[in-house]
Write a protein that binds this ligand. Structure first.
Ligand code: ATP
Length: 344
């Protein structure tokens, strides 16, 4: 549905040349939710804004449903853009218009009759869960409700593609979850293709089918979400994957931690399970084979796209020799082991 072919974009700023997007190819199949993830300044906004030519690439082709936007004249482009909707981090609603009037705007601009607009908006507000807010002004809505209005407005012209520019970055975690769920519902009900950019891996994990990582203006890694989580290749991709694991030593525990292995101190270890980890019940195997006990402090295991990954922090109790064997056993099963310190 979306094909970017060798697009690139350079800015001039204060006499300096900034290569925001190096020659980039991307294909987003029809009906998929595709995420672009990257750090600040990596080129995410530049890339997504090239898709509807809010930024015109210096070179390359931008095909939406087979139609190269870079070859269109202004009026053809205006027409084509009606089918490429976009939502933004800060919603971009008109404060002087009610919810109904905001959603009606693109239809009014397209010359649709009042009756047809009314017939369109009622089910749209229903879909986004705002039927009871029809005549409310944006100032009286929560952030999540504002984004729902923006989504309804984006859907008014029956787009082929929805572009989401950090659409949940201004929302709290539970509102983020419900807005992402709404996007997933829309994708499934309407078969809408969604391209989103985000700096949060949790967003990718929750709704995307595929993800591409952008760094310094280049797509460096791309995969189905499960494969990306299980087998991230670059260090940056692994850092993003790890950012979805919220596992830490409690502060009270940190205070007890020493670097010394002396005097029968017990090691506190971190086990990292990833795509290469051998699928076996290693915790019980280690306990049985080496006569050690693991007291789990904190853990998070995920199951994405058929692979387990996660982090586990545990205190290991047993003879020093047995503990070393246990650690070797974990490593033989492709589990990354790190000794974080020792406690009494
Ligand atoms: N209009 C502009 N003029 C000059 N430089 C720009 C312009 N827009 C973006 N850049 C530069 O291009 C690079 C990529 O910026 P871009 O906004 O695409 O990154 P991003 O990944 O979206 O970052 P963020 O997550 O912080 O929004 C950055 O170095 C940025 O400073």
């Amino acid at each position: 549905m979306i094909t970017l072919s060798a697009i690139c974009k350079t800015y001039q700023s204060g006499g300096k040349r900034i290569e925001a997007l190096k020659p980039t190819d991307l294909h987003v199949p029809k009906g998929e939710i595709f995420g672009i993830i990257g750090s600040s300044g990596a080129g995410k906004s530049t890339l997504i804004r090239c898709v509807n030519l809010l930024e015109r690439p210096d070179a390359g082709a931008v095909l939406i449903d087979g139609n190269d936007l870079t070859l269109l004249n202004d009026s053809q482009l205006r027409q084509e853009r009606q089918h490429i909707a976009m939502i933004f981090q800060h919603f971009n609603l008109l404060a002087s218009r009610t919810v109904y009037q905001n959603v009606a705007l693109p239809l009014e601009l397209a010359g649709v009759s009042k009756d047809a607009i009314a017939a369109k908006i009622t089910p749209l507000l229903d879909l986004v869960g705002l039927s009871d807010k029809t005549n409310v002004y944006p100032a009286n809505l929560s952030g999540g409700q504002k984004q729902r209005v923006a989504i309804a407005r984006a859907l008014a012209n029956d787009p082929k593609v929805l572009l989401c520019d950090e659409a949940t970055s201004a929302l709290d975690p539970s509102t983020t979850k419900s807005v992402l769920q709404l996007l997933k519902t829309i994708n499934q009900k309407l078969g809408l293709t969604i391209l989103l950019i985000t700096h949060e891996m949790d967003v990718v994990k929750q709704i995307c089918d595929q993800v591409a990582l952008i760094d310094d203006g280049q797509l460096v890694e791309q995969a189905e979400v499960g494969a990306f989580f299980a087998g991230a290749k670059t260090e940056l991709a692994r850092t993003f994957v790890r950012s979805t694991l919220h596992v830490e030593l409690p502060e009270s525990y940190q205070a007890l931690l020493s670097n010394s292995a002396a005097d029968n101190n017990k090691p506190v270890i971190q086990l990292c399970f990833h795509g290469d980890t051998v699928d076996a019940p290693v915790i019980t195997q280690v306990a049985q084979q080496f006569n050690v006990d693991l007291s789990i402090i904190s853990a998070q295991m995920e199951f994405i796209g058929g692979s387990k990954f996660g982090l586990l922090l545990a205190e290991v109790l047993g003879e020093a020799n047995a503990i070393n064997h246990a650690i070797e056993y974990f490593q033989q099963h492709n589990i990354d082991v790190e000794v974080l310190g020792y406690v009494n």
